[in-house]
Design a protein around this ligand. Structure first.
Ligand code: PMM
Length: 281
């Protein structure tokens, strides 16, 4: 009998921010954010990612106090309700408070570059750590979307994630705690994202579970642009995203970070019916 791999996890996004690109302002109040998180769990989210800082290109950073006030009450309530909670933060102080409030995953889009002390929090608490490929904060990350070296974007992202893995190990974080993410859209233009996604073998070779965040991102909007070049609005990118989800399922990806949990679940249900023995690799 072929081994049946575990099904892909669905991480539902709860952005407690005034300015995230697709849902900014909708869940800024704790009650609305908690209700949204519970709805995502009811729709089939395996875990929830709670974030209080928008990382979109051009975004300005909130004060640490603001970020704490946004995410901690929401994490406390959702964890108490039984949800598996991840905190989307680059700050050690926020990560520590989030773990104390019940988060069991620290999703650091900077992979420890923005605030290296976050690695000590993860090492000290033993929680799971998502290390994403990142080069700079949103205010100027587009200036860093250049991959001119040999091997292009794949070689660069692989090498830079490798450097983060060295820092992660040096901080005393165990390998079983680590998940890697290629960081779609972070200091990357459309073609960089597509190149990274096309064959994720380069990332599987690093030997860690893989998380991918493609949901509603600009590269999907540009792919679906109208004849005048206007990107497809954020709310109308879901069908293209479902295709990316299924591609990632075939590539052995551990989990997808998504806004629309129900649509993702529907796509995965069809995939599971078509591939009962799991990923095609
Ligand atoms: N993308 C965003 C925020 N956090 N975390 C991980 N691990 N991977 C991602 O791709 C990622 C992330 C930006 O998207 P949003 O504004 O919709 O949350």
């Amino acid at each position: 009998m072929p081994e049946v791999p575990e099904p892909m996890r669905v991480m539902g996004i709860v952005n407690v921010t005034p300015d995230s690109f697709s849902d900014g302002g909708r869940f800024l109040h704790a009650d609305a954010a908690v209700a949204h998180g519970l709805r995502l769990v009811a729709e089939g989210a395996d875990l929830l990612d709670i974030g209080g800082e928008s990382t979109r290109p051009g975004a300005t950073r909130p004060l640490v106090e603001e970020e704490l006030a946004r995410v901690v009450p929401v994490i406390r309530e959702l964890a108490a309700a039984g949800a598996v909670v991840s905190v989307d933060t680059m700050r050690a102080e926020v990560a520590a408070a989030a773990v104390a409030a019940g988060a069991t995953i620290v999703n650091d889009v900077s992979g420890g570059l923005a605030d290296p002390a976050i690695l000590d929090v993860v090492a000290g608490t033993g929680v799971t750590y998502v290390a994403m490929h990142w080069r700079a904060h949103g205010s100027h990350m587009d200036d860093f979307a250049r991959y001119d070296g040999p091997g292009g974007v794949v070689a660069a992202v692989r090498a830079e994630l490798g450097e983060r893995l060295e820092a992660i190990a040096a901080a005393g974080i165990a390998e079983h705690q680590v998940i890697l993410d290629p960081g779609l859209g972070f200091a990357k233009v459309g073609e960089h994202n597509w190149t990274l996604l096309r064959d994720l073998g380069w990332l599987r070779e690093l030997g860690f579970p893989i998380l991918v965040g493609a949901s509603r991102k600009t590269f999907l909007g540009r792919l679906l642009a109208g004849p005048d070049g206007t990107p497809r609005p954020v709310g109308e990118r879901e069908n293209a995203h479902a295709a990316v989800v299924l591609h990632c399922a075939g590539q052995g990806v551990w989990g997808m970070r998504v806004h629309d949990v129900r649509a993702t679940r529907d796509a995965l249900a069809a995939y599971a019916a078509l591939h009962p023995t799991g990923a095609l690799r």
